[in-house]
Ligand binder design. Structure first.
Ligand SMILES: [Mg+2]
Length: 247
């Protein structure tokens, strides 16, 4: 095993869990779905009074799918604000007819609701504090709203443990793009061989970090099997706290 100077963590489903089952359950066309759309719509309709929920929901999902297509194809981040600009454009809401900060406002409402589905496991705090005493730490997160990522880390009580919290919404590029790893290493004055990346996604974290020459610990809580075409991680953990045993 290499002696590492730094540990760089993915954020969601590595340090903080995204619990889809905690998302609001709503009815759309007689089907139950987990979505923040009803809460966002309740605010949206105070400004755009003549759009029915069904039309809003269709545009809300179209905006999401279009953002996801661009993210997957170009490894470029679409911010939550830009996603809501797409939603408004699909609804043919002219920017001049709504408050200038309307997309930001909708993004804030969406994020406030989404945040309720984010859970920081209690066992992660002593692990991060243990790591902080021995290594330099950073986070690289694919997330479309940087203030929310930082606020959730703040509420978890660990944000001060990280020298850098690098969020794709601010960088423009997303993992597995090599640029977001390279920028983080450069800001820390590190070579790839000096840092271990810790993340849960084979295609995003493991492929991305291995692609720039970092060692990787894969947090594989669901017991996934490695697929052909993905580089193998250097270590596999059943849960994040097993990190102590490999370091
Ligand atoms: Mg993740």
């Amino acid at each position: 095993m290499r002696a590492y100077t730094a540990l760089i963590f993915d954020l969601f489903d590595t340090l903080i869990d995204f619990r889809r089952d905690r998302m609001p359950l709503i009815q759309v066309d007689g089907t139950e779905v987990r979505s923040t759309s009803r809460h966002v719509y309740d605010q949206f309709k105070t400004v755009c009074t003549d759009v029915p929920f069904e039309a809003f929901y269709a545009a809300f999902m179209d905006g999401y799918r279009e953002a996801e297509r661009i993210r997957a194809r170009e490894w470029r981040e679409i911010s939550s604000e830009d996603r809501f600009r797409m939603v408004l454009s699909r609804l043919q809401v002219a920017p001049d007819d709504v408050p200038a900060d309307f997309p930001e406002w909708l993004a804030e409402i969406h994020m406030a609701k989404l945040s309720e589905a984010m859970v920081f496991p209690a066992e992660h705090r002593p692990l991060v504090e243990w790591a902080r005493a021995r290594y330099r730490l950073a986070v690289i997160s694919n997330f479309d709203h940087a203030p929310t990522a930082r606020r959730l880390l703040g509420e978890s009580g660990i944000v001060g443990c990280f020298e850098h919290v690098v969020v794709s919404a601010e960088e423009g590029v997303r993992k597995p793009h090599p640029e977001i790893f390279a920028r983080t290493l450069s800001r820390m004055g590190l070579t790839p061989r000096e840092a271990l990346f810790v993340g849960d996604s084979l295609a995003i974290d493991i492929a991305g970090a291995k692609g720039v020459g970092m060692d990787v610990a894969w947090v594989n809580r669901d017991g996934q099997t490695l697929t052909d075409g993905n580089p193998a991680p250097d270590y596999t953990l059943g849960r994040l706290t097993e990190l102590r045993q490999i370091l």
